[in-house]
Design a protein around this ligand. Structure first.
Ligand code: MRU
Length: 348
């Protein structure tokens, strides 16, 4: 197992930490085909926007390898992987990047070129997150109590984390921050994954129920909120784990800065505003049950949107690897995307 990454390639297969088994068991899943990777994505064994992109890239590399480098088989795999989770734009972004590598017809076997491109995406993601962490840490004052949501750590990326990377960088710089982690119903990424990672890196942390956030803000116990994103529209509207919008409204009411940290691969300039972002609806079972235990009466009607949209007016700043973007967002986000394409040859 890799020390600080949720997924890695070894001996012709993609290995990943099965995040559904955490925190009590570190179980490893071995994926040997793209449908294996699609299944791991659908079941949340691998999750978090950047990690979804990297996993999907390795899924395409597996398709290229198993088909002996047949482009039609790779395209079919891209179609299948793209359908798994619609909100995280990083997934489609990574697939499109690998399909461009395929179409560029470079030297060597297609399967080798696809695998090299997947490796490059994974490496670039870690470097991106470290840069983002350094930019974001400057926004936090020493000793700050920072509330975060869902899981945006190394588990949600190829390593280091996005919003979590900001917290991690601040901790590494000795700022003495304390993290308040929301449990994040329905599937408890905060309680199971973020609390596990915070303890792993020795970052002081307190776990709260999602509905305790307002009470803590009112008591003056929160200095800043830092969350991740699954897609950021061109106007700065942010789609993230459902419940993020509630936190943004609360932060606004209590005049607490609300920061979003996301790589430029999460910015979707083709979607003008949050109304155009597809929101994934997941299985009602996630709401009716907690870790396999039924908590609601049989037959109750359920809604289970996995994400919500926070309007840009509630966002104090967006931290990217290219720097900190503030309102007006359209120009700042365009510049961040352009800066990244220039620096990293399209982000990879
Ligand atoms: O449904 P999930 O667990 O994939 O949702 C993850 C989130 O909402 C994260 O905040 C987001 O992907 C940013 S991760 C670095």
């Amino acid at each position: 197992m890799s020390a600080d990454a949720p997924l890695w390639w070894d001996d012709g297969a993609l290995f990943l930490i099965d995040q559904t088994a955490l925190p009590h068991e570190v179980r490893i899943r071995r994926c040997t085909s793209w449908p294996d990777v699609a299944d791991a994505i659908l079941t949340l064994q691998v999750r978090g926007a950047p990690a979804l992109g990297v996993a999907a890239a390795y899924g395409l590399a597996l398709a290229a390898r198993q088909s002996g480098g047949r482009p039609d088989a790779v395209r079919e795999a891209a179609w299948g992987l793209r359908r798994t989770r619609p909100t995280a734009v990083n997934l489609g972004w990574a697939l499109d990047h690998l399909l461009r590598v395929m179409d560029a017809r470079g030297q060597g076997r297609l399967e080798d070129r696809m695998l090299a491109a997947a490796h490059a995406l994974a490496r670039a993601d870690v470097e991106t997150n470290r840069r983002m962490g350094r930019h974001g840490a400057r926004l936090l004052r020493p000793g700050a109590a920072v509330l975060t949501y869902c899981n945006t750590g190394m588990l949600a990326t190829a390593g280091y984390g996005t919003a979590f990377g900001v917290l991690r960088a601040a901790h590494e710089q000795g700022l003495g921050i304390r993290v308040v982690a929301c449990e994040t119903r329905p599937v408890l990424q905060g309680a199971r994954l973020t609390a596990w990672e915070l303890r792993r890196y020795g970052i002081p942390c307190t776990l709260i129920t999602d509905n305790a956030a307002g009470a803590l803000m009112r008591a003056g116990d929160i200095d800043a909120v830092v969350v991740g994103a699954d897609r950021i529209a061109a106007n700065g509207d942010v789609a993230n784990k459902v419940g993020t919008y509630t936190l943004a409204v609360l932060a606004d009411a209590h005049r607490i800065p609300f920061y979003v940290a996301a790589p430029t691969s999460t910015i979707d300039l083709n979607t003008p505003d949050g109304d155009g972002i597809p929101i994934e609806e997941r299985d009602p079972e996630e709401v009716i049950s907690v870790r396999g235990v039924r908590i609601a009466p049989d037959g109750v009607a359920v809604r289970n949107p996995a994400f919500d949209v926070t309007p840009h007016r509630l966002v104090t700043a967006i931290v990217t690897e290219a720097g900190v973007v503030r309102a007006p967002y359209p120009a700042g986000l365009r510049a961040a995307v352009a800066a990244d394409s220039t620096a990293a040859g399209g982000g990879a």
